[in-house]
Design a protein. Structure first.
Length: 88
């Protein structure tokens, strides 16, 4: 067999359960307890949003939505290292 093979990894439950922010990162806790931290620099709308705008989010089936700033991030996209604009 020529070429590269693909290894499938069971990633488990990718549903977000909560969202938090540090000075430099977006931290999403998944339903199974894992945490994903990504740089706020990747998400200009979130970086410039106020604390109250950041706190106003909705957990959706496949990601997170911030209605006041019209930002949508998928958990799968965060795991792949995708920056804003590539999640939609």
């Amino acid at each position: 067999m020529l070429g590269m093979s693909t290894l499938e990894i069971e990633v488990g439950d990718l549903r977000a359960s909560s969202v938090a922010f540090t000075a430099t990162d977006l931290v999403v806790t998944l339903a199974d307890g894992r945490k994903i931290a990504t740089p706020l620099d990747w998400y200009p709308r979130l970086k410039t949003a106020s604390a109250s705008q950041r706190a106003n989010y909705e957990i959706m089936t496949l990601g997170i939505h911030w209605p006041e700033i019209d930002e949508d991030l998928s958990v799968a996209g965060m795991l792949k290292g995708q920056r804003a604009g590539l999640h939609r």
